[in-house]
Design a protein around this ligand. Structure first.
Ligand SMILES: C[S@@+](CC[C@H](N)C(=O)[O-])C[C@H]1O[C@@H](n2cnc3c(N)ncnc32)[C@H](O)[C@@H]1O
Length: 274
């Protein structure tokens, strides 16, 4: 018999109060930088997109740290998530390839290096082809080799794991179709970004991203965690796919948005993904 309900509230032995609980979905309002938010290893799969530090106007938190401060922030949250993840747990990390505004930076490469330094093991990287060329604002030097800019309309989804890549724990039940398995193991994923306006959050990712990650990298009933839960997209994908979804989000406005989205979309949303 499938277990549902109250046991999910005890997962991770959280030290902070619940914001919201609905069947297999739990949301905490909290800070991923607080090491003692969870006291146990409980995560099978993390699917997340941290702030990109590109001066996005989030409701309460700043997104314009110096690059050094941003890398320190990255290191701190990666350490905490590592300590909350099970031995065979995985991290699907959606980050930029690089940064062009305010000085060129190899953000993707720098974050992968930090992740490995704190203990995460590298598996591979998916290129998410968003096809968003509207971000182009500067050519550098137009039609001149003097100082042209190259901008790739892609993001990374880096695949990391804690200790062992081969999963032997959990239900060992997979629910991915042959067609999806064959398509999604090709490491270039092409789908459009999500509309900020439609969701009401400044940087949501589309449901296809956590949906694919969950189907491909977790078993049915695994615990899926998003430490930067935002509008709750990962939790919706978890709920729709019979996984347990645990989210952490620092901002009360986004917690409320995630709660409402979960209540409205978890039983109704159709995920059209090929
Ligand atoms: C890129 S957004 C994630 C969006 C999410 N994937 C979605 O689909 O809505 C990053 C989120 O992290 C939250 N955040 C920033 N700093 C945080 C922290 N220290 N702890 C927890 N959440 C944080 C922000 O409020 C924002 O909602």
């Amino acid at each position: 018999m499938q277990k549902t309900g109250d046991f999910v509230k005890d997962l991770g032995k959280s030290t902070i109060p619940l914001y919201f609980h609905n069947n297999d979905i739990v949301l905490y309002r909290g800070d991923v930088l607080s090491q003692h938010t969870f006291m146990e290893e409980f995560i099978d799969l993390i699917v997340t997109s941290p702030p990109y530090n590109v001066d996005i106007q989030y409701n309460s938190n700043k997104d314009d740290l110096s690059y050094e401060e941003y890398l320190n922030f990255t290191q701190a949250w990666l350490i905490n998530c590592f300590s909350w993840t099970k031995n065979q747990g995985r991290l699907l990390l959606n980050i930029p390839l690089d940064k062009n505004k305010g000085g060129q930076k190899s953000v993707g490469a720098d974050i992968i290096k930090i992740a490995q330094d704190v203990g995460w093991k590298y598996h591979s990287t998916i290129i998410w082809n968003e096809g968003n060329i509207s971000r182009r604002t500067a050519w550098g030097s137009w039609l001149s080799a003097s100082s042209p800019y190259v901008i790739a309309p892609v993001e990374l989804i880096v695949i990391l794991y804690k200790n062992e890549w081969k999963k032997t724990g959990g239900t060992r039940r997979s629910d991915i179709s042959k067609e999806d398995f064959m398509t999604w193991t090709n490491g270039v994923w092409t789908f459009a970004g999500e509309s900020k306006k439609r969701i009401g959050h400044p940087a949501p990712f589309p449901i296809q991203l956590p949906h694919r990650a969950i189907k491909l990298f977790s078993f049915v009933r695994d615990v899926v965690f998003d430490p930067f839960c935002g509008s709750g997209t990962t939790l919706i994908a978890a709920g729709k796919n019979n996984r347990i979804g645990i989210g952490l989000e620092i901002d009360s406005k986004y917690c409320e948005l995630a709660k409402n989205r979960i209540l409205n979309e978890i039983y109704t949303l159709e995920i059209n993904d090929v």
